[in-house]
Structures are given as C-alpha cells and as structure tokens.
Design a protein around this ligand. Structure first.
Ligand SMILES: [Zn+2]
Length: 117
C-alpha cells in the first residue's frame, strides 16, 4: 500500500519534470529564433549594420558637401568632387559599394537606403 503511493508520487514528479523541461526548451528555442530571425522590418543583422554604416557615410558626405559649397561658392556636381580635399576617399554605400548621388537640392542619396525624415 505504502509502496504504491510512493510510485504514484514518483510518476507525478516525472510528469512535473517533463512539463518543466518542455517549458524551458520552448523558451530556449524562442531565444534562438530571435537571434537568427530577421528584425521587425525584415532586415538581418548584417543589413542593419550596413544601413547604420551607410547613414554614417551619408552624414559625413553631406557635411563635406556643405564645406565644399562654402569654400567654392557652388555645390559639387558629384560626390567624387569631394575627394581628396574634403574626404579621404570617394564615399559609397557599404551594402553594394554603389556610389552616392545628389538630388536636386544637393542632398546626398543612397539608392539602397533612405534616411528617415
Ligand atoms: Zn546605402
């Protein structure tokens, strides 16, 4: 009689342990999915890094463009004009190594990344 109750309790303990292991493993799988999955806008970590680097390049190139305009009295026709006096290299997008372009307001643009307004 006593032995049977002990077995019943052991079975209950096993079920509890199985349930806990199930909960823990489901949490671990969720974490792994979050690391490898894309962000809410569908971009991977590499794409996010490239976007951040590109926006940094755009910011520096725009500043150099304004310096160019102040010192020369007119805006550069292409970002290449900033090299070598205003930038130490021709600016481009790290994602595809594509060169930047100016829009009609002399604002530097990347064909891959848009700055938030
Ligand atoms: Zn870009």
């Amino acid at each position: 009689m006593f032995d049977k109750r002990q077995r019943g309790a052991t079975l209950m303990e096993v079920l509890v342990v199985v349930a806990i292991v199930g909960i823990i493993s489901s949490m671990a799988i969720t974490r792994i999915q979050n690391v490898s999955a894309a962000d809410s806008d569908g971009s991977t970590q590499r794409e996010q890094w490239e976007r951040a680097a590109c926006l940094f390049n755009l910011s520096i190139t725009q500043s150099s463009t304004e310096y160019f305009a102040v010192f020369n009295g007119s805006y550069p026709t292409a970002p290449d004009d900033l090299y070598p006096h205003y930038l130490d290299r021709v600016p481009n997008c790290p994602a595809q190594a594509t060169e930047y372009l100016y829009d009609e307001y002399h604002i530097i643009q990347c064909v891959h990344h848009q700055r938030k307004k």
